[in-house]
Design a protein around this ligand. Structure first.
Ligand code: RM4
Length: 254
């Protein structure tokens, strides 16, 4: 299958986890892929090598998504390398678990700026490029099950994921006239760097696993298919939607 044949795909936070899995699968599906990354140079280069091994063009651009200039730079570098943007996946995000009552301002600010402000600037820059190109596009944001439910140590985080989900709904309306589709995936508990420390607590890990009807926590690769689907022409009439990818955790009350 080549669901993204000839497409030019950009992914933020593409050096690890869900972003890296989506980048490699996009290449497997026929796309040229540019990834943004913040710090993991070695891991970014490994993703580049994996993409090139499939005969696709690859580009890695370092940048902190919390800085609005990073969005402009990422799009410009991809256009320079690939000639344009057809799919944009907003994935970059952090979740520094912390209690509410003594939550430091710096932690709140950083989480909001990376997860929500960064998403906004990136989506805006990608949309402007797609409108300029004049032949539509697809934007997929990695929101979360945490857009819909809370977390005791995520009071700064869950609002950002709800915001990303809502951003896709409003962007879908604003960009529909340009044939640009905007959708979210809502991952459940997926084993990645974002929660490695948190889930080192084996009691918590067992509690999280017990919530999942499919009997396991997710892997980054479990998100690649849903992201590629929403990015592809198979979802040509899907916009403003949100797709839970959580093994059934959200619906599992009892
Ligand atoms: C997700 C969800 C998971 C958590 C990660 C950090 O949105 O809340 O349970 O492990 O964030």
């Amino acid at each position: 299958m080549t669901l993204l044949a000839g497409k030019r795909v950009l992914i933020t936070g593409g050096s690890t986890g869900i972003g890296a899995a989506a980048a490699v699968e996009a290449a497997r599906q026929g796309a040229d892929v540019a990834i943004n990354y913040a710090t993991s140079e070695d891991r970014a280069q490994q993703v580049i090598a994996d993409i090139q091994a499939m005969g696709r063009k690859a580009l890695a651009v370092r940048g902190d998504v919390a800085d609005p200039d990073t969005a402009q730079d990422f799009i410009a570098r991809a256009v320079e390398a690939f000639g344009g943007v057809d799919v944009f996946v907003n994935n970059a995000g952090i979740c520094p678990f912390h209690a509410l009552l003594d939550m430091p301002v710096a932690v709140v600010e950083r989480t909001f700026r990376v997860n929500l402000h960064g998403a906004y600037y990136m989506v805006q820059a990608a949309a402007n490029q797609m409108v300029k190109q004049g032949h539509g596009g697809a934007i997929v944001a990695v929101s979360s099950i945490s857009a819909l439910v809370g977390g005791e140590f995520q009071t700064h985080y869950t609002p950002t994921k709800a915001g990303v989900h809502s951003l896709m709904q409003s962007a879908a309306i604003a960009l529909g006239k340009h044939n640009i589709r905007c959708n979210s995936v809502l991952p459940g508990t997926i084993l990645t760097e974002i929660n490695r420390e948190d889930l080192a607590d084996l009691d918590k890990r067992r509690r999280m696993e017990a919530r999942v009807p499919l009997g396991r926590l997710g892997e980054a690769e479990d998100l690649a298919g849903p992201i590629i689907f929403l990015a592809s022409d198979m979802a040509q009439y899907v916009t403003g939607a949100a797709l839970l990818v959580d093994g059934g955790a959200f619906v599992n009350l009892q």
